[in-house]
Design a protein around this ligand. Structure first.
Ligand SMILES: *Cc1c(COP(=O)(O)O)cnc(C)c1O
Length: 644
């Protein structure tokens, strides 16, 4: 793709963002003005012989001027109101999953907006639909999926409004693929088919795709009339046609499938189950062990499902949990899929990498090959833990992945993405059945997916967002030498932050106990705190909530009064297990017996700003943050405050 490119160094990183101080204002201005003018020339050169439709003297008319004044007034009001926005760009912002925006993406989006392409289809977006499909291939390569569109088993990815919709798309595709072999049986298609509905429902992803392939090949041998007849018969038996109620009512011995996800899974999974009509009750949340999905619990759940003939739709692994940034054992989930398939329980593996997906760039060489743990770890103190490396190495074997360019891809909202390993499955989502055999020759990959609206949950959607993702990936190829330099900074910052937290714990030891509750897997670091002498988890949580009052957005106050922004989350027994919680309780001096059912509120820090570490000015925002925190902890615990 971008061979022969010079790898990015620190100085090139300086040109990536507008910057905390607006340092690159001239660069941004130059680009915006250049491309705005370019757009105007484009308009004028469409049919230069057409005279201007808006008269040249129009600007002198009082109504024109009144309109302009009104527009200006409202725009000034908007601009003023926006000054209360959250300062995501600042290294003082270490709260949620947001930071500065990458200039290549921001400018690509701004420059595309006035062209207003609609990525529902190539008719409305002749340029940006193809960019979206290519961006999907760029992401596929980052994960280790096949990214050569001339291969039938090539991956396919598209953009969504965010991770929520990408996760929904994963559910939709998994269900379509799982139910399709059952429809072939019901339509009595003369192909070699599984013996019963249970077997058909449990072919697994590869088995179902192979069957789909045979079905398409067979259709290709039929005369058009006969082909259409069979297509209609099968269509009438598909779950998408019948609906869940009718589909399962016709086969009382087949239960609706479950989705297994870790208890740390994002709430979009709950939303997705409701939206799909499977119901929240079919989402089974599995416990964590050391803040990562407990593989033994997954095996137990799967064996129980097998015993009870309970079908499983998907097993979900999270790559970078929203609350703790921890990485589930994707390799273990993939191995469980193979083990259970051998027992006739087939299901797909989806990775929710909405947060951590772009960290995969650290694990990739420019030629797409995987880096060893030692290679990745060079320069880091602890990253990546062997389990984390194994998880990233296993991504290529999963069935589909969610990733959010608007999170660690540093792009404007809404840019999420869904990527599936084998594009052949996508045929089942097409609104027009079996497009593959509409005519004589099957359209090639690009031609097929330029009709994007067929396959996605949305209809009309932003082509400008697609341009942003594609151009950003072109400027910063998704390997460790290029884009990887960004997550590299953030993981280094997280390691420095965790080390500094230890020092902080000693500094405040006379008034409070503090600890990083578990070693961070990526670039989210939590901090648990408890006032010295307190043994009650509820009181410790109340204390952290008060501390967080000073670290949160408050639209009633001038922004400048805020020193830092942080966020909070909770530690729960059901998420981390009693043992882990007891260990943390002991470190904090809390009574672990009184911990039952209690949630411990802790501080959560998202370290994605690339300027957290010492730069030119010798300022470490991490040091400053902990100095600030120490001051606040002491102030809150001063005797007068305590008495109050
Ligand atoms: C943020 C996040 C989501 C939801 O993504 P949106 O872009 O907010 O819709 C889903 N899963 C995980 C793990 C996330 O971090």
């Amino acid at each position: 793709m971008s061979t022969g490119q010079v790898p990015l160094d620190r100085h090139a990183l300086d040109a990536c963002f507008l910057g905390p101080y607006g340092e690159n204002d001239t660069l941004l201005e130059k680009l915006v003005i250049e491309f705005l003018r370019d757009h105007v020339y484009w308009r004028r050169n469409f049919h230069p012989e057409d005279p201007p439709a808006i008269p040249t003297r129009a600007t002198q008319h009082p109504s024109y001027q009144a309109f302009e004044a009104r527009m200006r007034r409202e725009l000034h009001a908007l601009s003023a109101a926006l000054k209360k926005s959250v300062p995501f760009h600042s290294p003082r912002y270490i709260g949620h999953m947001a930071s500065d925006l990458l200039l290549p993406g921001l400018v690509a989006q701004m420059l595309t907006l006035p062209y207003n392409p609609n990525n529902v289809s190539e008719d409305a977006a002749p340029v940006t639909v193809e960019m979206e499909v290519r961006a999907g291939l760029q992401l596929a390569r980052m994960f280790g999926y096949v990214d050569d569109p001339t291969r039938p088993d090539c991956a396919f990815g598209h953009l969504t409004s965010g991770g929520t919709l990408a996760n929904y798309q994963a559910l939709r595709l998994a269900l379509a693929l799982k139910a399709f072999p059952v429809a072939l049986r019901a339509a009595r298609v003369p192909l070699e088919l599984p013996d019963d509905d249970w077997a058909a429902f449990n072919l697994g992803r590869d088995g179902a795709i192979a069957l789909l392939d045979r079905w398409h090949a067979w259709l290709g041998t039929l005369a058009p009339r006969e082909r259409r007849l069979w297509q209609t018969l099968v269509q009438a038996e598909r779950l998408e046609h019948l609906g869940l109620v009718d589909f399962f009512a016709r086969r009382p011995r087949l239960q609706a499938p479950k989705v297994l996800a870790p208890v740390t899974a994002h709430y979009s999974w709950s939303k997705g189950m409701k939206l799909l009509g499977l119901g929240r009750a079919q989402l089974e949340l599995l416990p964590e062990c050391g803040m990562r999905l407990d593989i033994d619990a997954l095996h137990d759940a799967l064996e129980r499902c097998l015993r009870e003939r309970q079908p499983v739709l998907l097993a979900v692994a999270v790559l970078g949990t929203t609350e703790y940034g921890t990485v589930d054992p994707v390799d273990g989930v993939v191995a469980a899929r193979a083990a259970m398939q051998a027992h006739g329980l087939g299901f797909g593996v989806h990775v929710d990498a909405a947060w951590g997906g772009y960290l995969a760039t650290l694990f990739r060489n420019p030629d797409g090959s995987l880096r060893t743990r030692d290679e990745v770890g060079a320069g880091f103190a602890r990253f990546p833990q062997p389990e984390v490396h194994a998880a990233f190495a296993a991504l290529g074997a999963t069935d589909s992945i969610t990733v959010d360019p608007h999170k660690l891809g540093y792009l404007p909202y809404g840019a999420g993405a869904f990527v599936c390993r084998d594009q052949r499955a996508m045929a089942l989502l097409a609104e027009e059945a079996d497009y593959v055999f509409d005519g004589a020759a099957a359209p090639d990959y690009m031609a097929r997916y330029r009709r994007l609206g067929q396959f996605i949950p949305e209809g009309s959607k932003s082509g400008a967002a697609a341009a942003a993702v594609y151009v950003m990936h072109q400027v910063l190829p998704l390997d460790h030498l290029n884009f990887g330099q960004l997550p590299r900074q953030t993981v280094l910052a997280a390691e420095a932050f965790a080390d500094r937290a230890q020092v902080f714990a000693t500094e405040v030891a006379d008034v409070a106990h503090a600890c990083v509750p578990f070693a961070p897997d990526s670039n989210l670091v939590c901090l648990a705190l408890n006032p010295a002498g307190n043994r009650d988890a509820g009181a410790a949580s109340a204390f952290v909530r008060r501390l967080h009052e000073e670290l949160r957005c408050d639209p009633r106050q001038p922004l400048q009064l805020k020193e830092f922004f942080g966020s909070i989350t909770t530690l729960r027994a059901e998420a981390m297990g009693e043992d882990e919680l007891a260990r943390i309780a002991t470190t904090l001096g809390l009574d672990s017996s009184g911990f039952d059912g209690e949630r411990l509120v802790i501080l959560r820090h998202t370290l994605m700003n690339p300027y957290l570490l010492d730069g030119e000015n010798g300022i470490s925002y991490i040091d400053r943050y902990f100095e600030f925190l120490a001051t606040r902890v002491r102030a809150l615990l001063a005797p007068a405050v305590r008495a109050a």
